[in-house]
Ligand binder design. Structure first.
Ligand code: BEZ
Ligand code: MG
Length: 580
């Protein structure tokens, strides 16, 4: 009998609800529907989407609670995630989730059309939300809505060219920190000694717990070591959530000095931690290195603090790994304790993205070696207190990577995901490939969605599926892009190329992704004609990338489909040459 017929009713319901949850997740994503045009205010739909997202979170600065929480409380709903309640797998929770979403949507539309008093009155009548609470939410939205409508970017640009003063403003994600509005200001960053903030440290605790629980449930144990990617801009936006995650994995907390600067760490007791201290290798971007010198010192200090704790080896993987390496390689403690790696001073990036985009590699090992060549410069202090300042340490980095069983990076923005830019695969993909080479097995690869209402850990495979469905293959997204003419086609092509980058570095892309990309953009004649008209060069690159994916074994496609793609590629070539 086929497996699916043997499922119990309970298991079947579970699977259906899991599917529903995935659909709800896709539906709830904020999907950018076009590019930002410098100097132009956002349109109505985009404004409504952004405001809905802003209202989904508590806004402690305005004493405003998250709108979905207020609606749930008013309707007396305790839990809207259908899978959170294991004992009640009824449709009730799913319906409740949809009901809250629908009320939220309607309330924001009403607010935009008729103003906040009408929206508050409607919410009170529909979902018993006390107006005193909803007024606070809409006061926030009113301010943000007005700032979104008013765009001073061009004016500020011209004033900057004239050498005039431009007011400063914080750099962050709009949903996370609406104080970034109005745009067109002089973006400022962060004081490295304030990182991680208390809020970042609190949020990181939950995320690290989820991460380790997931790994444990799938692999039966905690990872002997993890490799983390830390970026500068991310840690500015989140006030150091990535840094805080590294500290939690190690099991230490930041300590502030008399001037309230984070300058030290102290160990969290093992009893409080309730799990071993995880060894962490940090691959840090050049931007992070330049902005967060003090923080790199803090991370190095954290590793050494943990290494020096007198604890059983099975509860302290840092100590265990350092000891084993010193014995095996007969090396010094200073060498075996190196964990913070970045580029050489003055250098940036891994170049793995360039090698992949230019198709300049044959063996996987080449990508792995390139990553380590670029990133094997150690930072921190030795036992004598001397600064390392980016000393080349290839052997030490390879040893550290050889123990890694899981790699991880934050996604900290609603706008930029792992297929929007080539930097996620150059870093997280690159380090995963380097681990695969050094440890002779592929690590588990995780990303977090730290900004969702419910913080989530996803595997790289799950993240690619989600982004493919919500962006690359979503008409809402690609039609939005195509409104930008040639640049929009280039964006679509770039999503396909970045997806290919994940195949090259992690082999995490399902065949259906390429198949549906081919069907949507190339084998659909009217769509192909639109792409060809708007930007024949990007259309050709897209088809070439699909053929390369098949050629390199990343995509198992029907021979007939490949034949058609080849013909179309030749047609595009002829057309471009004819035009030239
Ligand atoms: C960074 O913020 O560190 C970063 C941004 C883009 C690409 C790589 C690194
Ligand atoms: Mg495959």
């Amino acid at each position: 009998m086929p497996e699916q017929l043997r499922l119990t009713a309970l298991e079947r319901d579970r699977r259906v609800l899991e599917l529903c949850e995935q659909v709800a997740e896709i539906e709830g994503r904020l999907i950018p529907t076009g590019l930002h045009v410098f100097g132009r205010a956002s349109g109505e739909t985009e404004r409504a989407d952004l405001l809905r997202m802003v209202a989904s979170f508590d806004r402690p600065e305005a004493n405003a609670r998250a709108l979905p929480d207020l609606i749930e409380a008013g309707l007396n709903i305790t839990e809207t995630s259908p899978l959170n309640n294991e004992t009640d797998l009824s449709e009730q929770s799913l319906q409740a989730h949809e009901q809250v979403e629908a009320i939220m949507r309607e309330a924001i539309e009403l607010f935009l059309r008729d103003g906040k008093d009408d929206a508050c009155a409607w919410l009170e009548a529909t979902a018993r939300v006390p107006p005193v609470e909803s007024q606070r939410v809409f006061a926030v939205l009113e301010k943000i809505g007005a700032e979104l409508e008013d765009n001073q970017e061009l004016d500020a640009f011209v004033r900057a060219l004239r050498g005039e003063y431009i007011e400063p403003g914080p750099g962050a994600d709009i949903v996370q920190n609406p104080a970034i509005l109005p745009t067109g200001r002089n973006t400022h960053a962060v004081n490295p000694y304030s990182v991680p903030s208390d809020l970042a440290f609190a949020r990181a605790e939950r995320l690290v717990k989820l991460l380790l629980e997931r790994h444990h449930s799938e692999h039966g144990r905690y990872p002997a070591a993890m490799a983390l990617v830390l970026w500068g801009l991310d840690n500015i936006k989140t006030q150091g959530e990535g840094v805080a995650q590294a500290l939690w994995l190690l099991g230490v907390r930041p300590v502030r000095d008399a001037m309230n600067r984070v300058t030290d760490v102290e160990a969290i007791a093992l009893e409080q931690l309730g799990r071993p201290r995880i060894d962490v290798v940090m691959t840090v971007s050049g931007i992070f290195r330049d902005l967060f010198g003090a923080t790199m010192g803090l991370l190095d200090k954290a590793v050494k603090c943990v290494a020096e704790l007198d604890e059983p080896l099975e509860a302290n993987y840092v100590r265990r790994n350092i000891r084993a390496q010193m014995e095996r390689e007969a090396c010094e403690y200073d060498e075996a304790a190196l964990r913070v790696f970045s580029n050489a001073a003055g250098n940036y990036g891994t170049n793995v993205n360039f090698m992949v985009m230019d198709s300049q590699w044959e063996a996987d090992e080449t990508l792995a070696e390139l990553f380590v060549t670029r990133k094997c410069f150690a930072y921190g202090r030795d036992t004598e207190g001397r600064m390392l300042e980016g000393r080349e340490a290839r052997t030490a980095m390879n040893s550290a990577l050889s123990r890694v069983e899981a790699t991880y990076q934050n996604i900290d923005s609603f706008e930029i995901g792992i297929t929007d830019v080539d930097h996620y695969f150059e870093y997280l993909g690159g380090v995963s490939k380097a681990v695969e080479k050094q440890s002779a097995s592929r690590p588990a690869i995780y990303l977090s969605d730290a900004l969702s209402r419910e913080a989530k850990i996803r595997s790289v495979e799950e993240t690619i599926r989600l982004e493919t469905r919500t962006k690359t293959l979503n008409p809402k997204w690609y039609e939005g892009m195509l409104k930008h003419g040639f640049r929009g086609v280039a964006e679509i092509e770039s999503h396909v190329a970045n997806t290919f980058g994940w195949s090259a570095t992690t082999d995490a892309v399902d065949d259906w992704v390429y198949t549906e990309v081919a069907q949507t953009f190339v084998l659909d004649e009217s769509m192909l004609e639109r792409l060809r008209e708007l930007n024949p060069h990007s259309a050709r690159s897209l088809v070439a990338r699909l053929l390369e994916a098949e050629g390199r074994g990343f995509w198992e496609a029907e021979a007939e489909m490949i034949e058609r793609l080849r013909d179309i590629f030749t047609g595009l070539e002829d057309r471009i040459e004819g035009v030239a």
